[in-house]
Ligand binder design. Structure first.
Ligand SMILES: [Mg+2]
Length: 270
């Protein structure tokens, strides 16, 4: 398997490119080389709270020079999922301002319990990235769900890592708060991030690439490798994040290759 075999390289962000706001050793140089060689490189992330522009700025500060157009987020796949089912959706947005930017002019945003509503969109609320939990608005979302709106959640992640080895609640946990509270049935409760098939369908559609022509490189067996394998992509696990080589041998979703880090993937496959 060589990099030339692929039309697009999909790079997970946290745990693959950087950790705790610092680029991983060798990752900026590898990204620079991949881009200089004219390869199509796309960052894929379950972060749906920030716009691609905000994420690109954050990456740039770590020496990772990705244009906003080369970043696919859980917000993109959420917006694509919603608009594929409702041509003019009525949304209660509890997923952050990135969704509003993404769906500007294509959706009606509702704010009151009495408003007709198709979708309650829920994403991560985080101290780390300053997306505070709004108790009053949460109650509006809860009641709209009880009235029959669909619950669309950025991803199923329970937690995500923050500085010092601690974790914060992920989108999946916030979604569960709403889903449990409103007793939302499974057919009205959706996750649109990694490892769900929709995330990768949305990505392939947006960048016009076939899944079998993609290599996904990530640190997480659950979201990156399972998601990639299910979507029909080739997969490379790097050991700079959450999953270990030992876990990979026991996982039902086996990566095609395992390397110490992103730089080692490049050295072995270029
Ligand atoms: Mg990761």
């Amino acid at each position: 398997m060589r990099l030339d075999d692929f039309d697009a390289l999909l790079l997970d962000m946290d745990g693959t490119l950087y950790r705790e706001h610092h680029a991983l050793p060798g990752s900026p140089e590898t990204v620079t080389r991949l881009l200089a060689e004219g390869r199509r490189v796309i960052c894929v992330t379950n972060n749906g709270a920030n716009t691609p522009e905000e994420l690109a700025t954050r990456l740039q500060k770590m020496g990772l020079a990705f244009p906003p157009g080369a970043i696919h987020t859980a917000c993109h796949s959420m917006a694509d999922w919603i608009t594929s089912r409702w041509p003019k959706p009525r949304i209660f947005n509890f997923a952050g301002s990135a969704l509003e930017v993404e769906l500007k002019g294509r959706a009606t945003f509702v704010e009151r319990i009495a408003d007709p509503c198709d979708v309650v969109a829920v994403g991560t609320h985080t101290r780390e990235n300053n997306v505070p939990f709004d108790f009053e608005r949460a109650l509006v979302g809860l009641n709209l769900l009880r009235a029959g709106a669909h619950l669309v959640v950025g991803c199923a992640d329970r937690v995500f890592p923050i500085q010092g080895g601690a974790v914060e609640f992920g989108s999946g946990s916030w979604g569960a708060l709403f889903g449990y509270g409103a007793d939302v049935p499974a057919d009205r409760w959706h996750h649109t991030g990694k490892p769900g098939a929709w995330f990768f369908e949305s990505l392939c559609h947006r960048v016009s690439v076939r899944p079998e022509r993609c290599l996904i490189i990530g640190d997480n067996l659950e979201s990156d490798i399972k998601g990639g394998v299910t979507a029909g992509m080739k997969t490379a696990l790097v050991l700079t994040g959450v999953s270990t080589r030992e876990q990979a041998t026991r996982s039902p979703f086996k990566p095609d290759v395992v390397f110490e880090d992103l730089a080692a993937v490049y050295r072995a496959m270029r």
